[in-house]
Design a protein around this ligand. Structure first.
Ligand SMILES: Nc1ncnc2c1ncn2[C@@H]1O[C@H](COP(=O)(O)OP(=O)(O)OP(=O)(O)O)[C@@H](O)[C@H]1O
Ligand SMILES: [Mg+2]
Length: 401
């Protein structure tokens, strides 16, 4: 490993033993060969080289191996196979609790943890006021940390890690238990350390990985699924769970369609929604969207309303359109009805269309078709590659100076 490398992993794998019953653990020690033990590879053949000064975000589902990877790099776990080289002093904020003794006061833990991270007694004394000042936990610094809230705990732990002048900073999503004020303060601190420090940052907030890191690694079932430029990896990871959601919803849609078939058998029904389609399956924000409803009128109804609900992947109602609400009066059967949404303001994600034909006071449905169609919206990126919008919707707006 040359001078420019901070971390290098060659074919690193980690195997855990899992004992079905506690007694199996004892059996393995005292009666080798008689125990029932399962082996589980939490990391498989990981190859990584992280240059000095790079900020790397690690993403992946629960249980995919992110914390295991960070603990191996931090030295609190040893790899079962493979080779690890770490070039410099590591400051790690791993799971809550590691490195702190609950019976000690905050002050004592600063010294205890500081020594663990490689600082001398004198160095910690010099930095103590900065550490306590950054943590902002007041008199609690003199109380045993077992009396701390999880937010206070992470405040103190981060403050120590941030003051050790580590060459490699490892943060495992612990920050998320801090309040908004402290999370912001941590991010600002990490930004100031970014230039001279290599940072490995696990987070379930894709936005913070995307905006803060230079590179992202997606860990899937113990293997590197994607590694590279941040927005590329984050997008692939996001798409993977959008796809999973769409698969679930397709099953729901199937169930709903079955219900509709029953409705068609009902001789009393006046109108049936045959089909709902969109003019494209993927839109860029700002493009026009056209939704088309095809209806079959079995009995002539004169006054009715058309409703379209748009839900996101979580099932939340994002917006709705209804002719009755819009004071649009329909006076005869129309077999094809279109809704045009010009210059769409949707943010990135998959959207599901729920259609209904209702009476002219929206009191009851003549027919409805849930999950009748879906579409995907991708958001434009700005000049430096950050999506122009996030959240539920993007209102039209102007900046005035
Ligand atoms: N000490 C252990 N003994 C046995 N299995 C373990 C041990 N530590 C972790 N595992 C298993 O290894 C896998 C990876 O765990 P890990 O904690 O690295 O996941 P993670 O990606 O950090 O998940 P999360 O997003 O929930 O924090 C999991 O299936 C977990 O059950
Ligand atoms: Mg974890």
């Amino acid at each position: 490993m040359g001078e420019d490398w901070a971390i290098s992993l060659k074919n690193v794998s980690k195997c855990f033993k899992r004992y079905p019953r506690p007694v199996d653990r004892l059996k393995e020690t005292f009666l080798p060969g008689k125990s029932t033990v399962d082996t589980f590879w939490a990391l498989k053949n990981i190859n990584l080289e992280i240059p000095k000064g790079q900020t790397v975000g690690v993403v992946g589902q629960n249980g995919s191996g992110k914390s295991t990877l960070l603990q191996i790099i931090a030295g609190t776990l040893t790899p079962t196979l493979g080779e690890l080289q770490v070039n410099g002093r590591v400051g790690a904020l791993l799971e809550l609790g590691s490195g702190f003794n609950p019976e000690f006061t905050g002050r004592q833990n600063v010294f205890f943890y500081g020594r663990l991270l490689g600082l001398s007694q004198q160095e910690i004394e010099q930095r103590f006021d900065d550490i306590a000042g950054f943590a902002e936990i007041g008199d609690f610094i003199e109380q045993p940390v077992k009396t701390y809230s999880s937010g206070m705990f992470v405040r103190l732990a981060f403050s120590v890690v941030a003051q050790v002048n580590a060459d490699i900073l490892i943060i495992d999503e612990a920050l998320s238990v801090g309040d908004m004020y402290f999370q912001k303060k941590c991010i600002e601190k990490m930004k100031s350390l970014k230039k001279q420090t290599s940072i490995l940052y696990v987070s379930h907030s894709i936005t913070s990985v995307r905006n803060f890191c230079d590179r992202a690694i997606w860990i899937k079932e113990g293997e590197v699924e994607k590694d590279g430029e941040c927005s590329f990896v984050c997008e692939a990871y996001e798409d993977s769970f959008i796809q999973r959601q769409a698969q679930n919803d397709a099953i729901n849609k199937q169930n709903e369609t079955n219900k509709i078939t029953k409705n068609i058998d009902n001789q009393e029904q006046e109108v049936v929604i045959r089909e709902v389609t969109t003019n494209k399956s993927t839109y860029l924000s700002g493009e026009d969207i056209t939704i088309t409803l095809n209806l079959d009128f079995i009995k002539p109804i004169q006054y009715y309303g058309v409703g379209i609900l748009i839900r996101n992947e979580a099932g939340d109602l994002v917006t709705l359109f209804n002719t009755v609400r819009d004071d649009v009066v329909i006076e005869k059967p129309h077999e094809v009805i279109k809704l045009c949404i010009p210059n769409n303001n949707f943010t990135r994600g998959t959207y599901f269309i729920f259609a209904s034909i209702v009476d002219d006071h929206i009191l009851y449905p003549y027919d409805k078709l849930d999950f009748s169609a879906n579409f995907f919206v991708d958001v434009k990126k700005n000049n430096i590659g950050i999506p122009v919008a996030e959240g539920y919707f993007r209102a039209d707006h102007n900046w005035i100076f």
